[in-house]
Write a protein that binds this ligand. Structure first.
Ligand code: CA
Ligand code: CA
Length: 395
């Protein structure tokens, strides 16, 4: 055949499409996701180790996270692509529209979890292909009834995988409060000892802010953060030291990065009204970081089991249980990034402290370990009847 075409051949860079470095304008300032020294070169690497998880093709796909808060601007350019109406309701006003223009707390949490990736707007979320719902619970007064809390925390329990709550009782340390009667039933019902109702029997996942009361507060008086059914989240700064507002707490499971120094870069996320937020912080910001990281782990387990055609038997079923998730966090959180002094080794050989829980959330470690995770046994409960015996005092 005669030569019909001739051209000098040369190499050009090509990349796989499973991960694209976000071109969103605020991404370079999202040091909590990828710290290249934005908050001081000495802190390079103090981040949630998210990028290696993305590089594995894990983005929170098919996982639903609902933000229980003061509303969600679902029309926002960074929220709308992932908005999940079925995981959404306004329990404060009893309607289907969770958008309330005068506040941004919930919208900012939503952006941390599932802000749209690479749409050239704001930053990017951690689980940027997860489904994001908004369960509006808190009106401007900040007051909610027991029934409203219970309804929000059990909304669409077969659809919502993770309920992310960056709120709770007062941080003064003098208020002893927690979920009331119906709220307690809702938390327990979805994760019941033997027959959990949430997530089609795997148990709903509740992620909870530990609070910002600093040394004045303790989670011992906080029935939300210290519940066995919640994953209690604390805050750590880029220095590896606890944030000044962080609350020491024996129930704390894990910490995530926020800002607590004047010169630091605040957490970048979304604001109600279609804007981008340049200043978000507190354990309110740390909590959705953990929710987003858990969403990555849920997808990793599911996609690994389905891809390899493993039978959905107990040990290999594609869904992590609520207890699996707590164990996974304990075994994969990174205590090496913390600089506190209050650390002990527990009976399982894990470093744990009242300042950091089991350490800083490590998304890559969690995703990697989730793939091969064997389910832990269901929660056990044993009641022991004590026998009292009267003994006569000797004369
Ligand atoms: Ca409404
Ligand atoms: Ca974006």
């Amino acid at each position: 055949m005669p030569v019909q075409f001739a051209k000098q051949q040369y190499y050009e860079k090509r990349i796989t499409k499973s991960y694209i470095i976000p071109q969103d304008p605020l991404f370079t300032e999202q040091w909590n996701l990828l710290n290249t020294g934005q908050v001081g070169s000495e802190y390079d690497g103090h981040n949630l180790n998210i990028e290696p998880a993305w590089l594995q093709g894990i983005t929170g796909c098919n996982v639903t996270v609902s933000i229980v808060d003061d509303g969600l601007d679902y029309r926002h350019l960074d929220i709308w692509p992932n908005f999940a109406p079925s995981a959404t309701y306004d329990y404060a006003d009893d309607d289907f529209d969770p958008l309330f223009y005068r506040v941004s707390h919930g919208t900012s949490c939503g952006g941390v979890v599932g802000g749209a990736h690479n749409n050239l707007f704001c930053g990017t979320g951690i689980a940027y292909e997860s489904n994001i719902g908004g369960l509006r619970l808190l009106p401007l007064s900040g007051e909610a009834m027991d029934m409203q809390e219970a309804n929000a925390l059990s909304h669409a329990m077969d659809i919502v995988d993770i309920y992310s709550s960056s709120w709770g009782r007062s941080d003064k340390g003098t208020v002893v409060e927690g979920p009331r009667t119906m709220g307690q039933i809702a938390l327990k019902m979805e994760q019941a000892d033997y027959f959990p109702q949430g997530r089609n029997g795997k148990g709903s996942i509740y992620v909870w802010a530990n609070g910002n009361g600093g040394f004045l507060d303790t989670c011992a008086t906080d029935g939300f953060a210290s519940s066995i059914y919640t994953i209690s989240v604390g805050a750590i700064s880029a220095t590896g030291l606890p944030s000044f507002f962080d609350v020491e707490c024996p129930a704390k499971l894990v910490t995530a990065y926020v800002t607590d120094q004047e010169d630091d870069v605040d957490i970048r996320t979304t604001v109600t009204g279609g804007k981008c937020r340049a200043a978000f912080g507190g354990t309110s910001a740390a909590t959705p970081m953990v929710s987003g990281s858990i969403a990555l782990a849920l997808e990793a387990k599911y996609s690994f089991v389905v891809k390899h055609g493993l039978l959905p038997q107990l040990s290999t079923s594609p869904s992590l249980t609520w207890r699996d998730v707590q164990y996974l966090i304990a075994y994969t959180a990174n205590p090496q990034l913390t600089n506190g002094t209050d650390t002990d080794i527990n009976g399982a050989g894990l470093a744990v402290s009242h300042q950091y829980g089991f350490g800083v959330m490590d998304a890559e470690a969690m995703v990697t370990r989730a793939r091969h995770w064997i389910h832990v046994p269901p929660q056990m409960q044993d009641n022991v009847n004590t026998v009292s015996q009267s003994v006569a005092n000797p004369d």
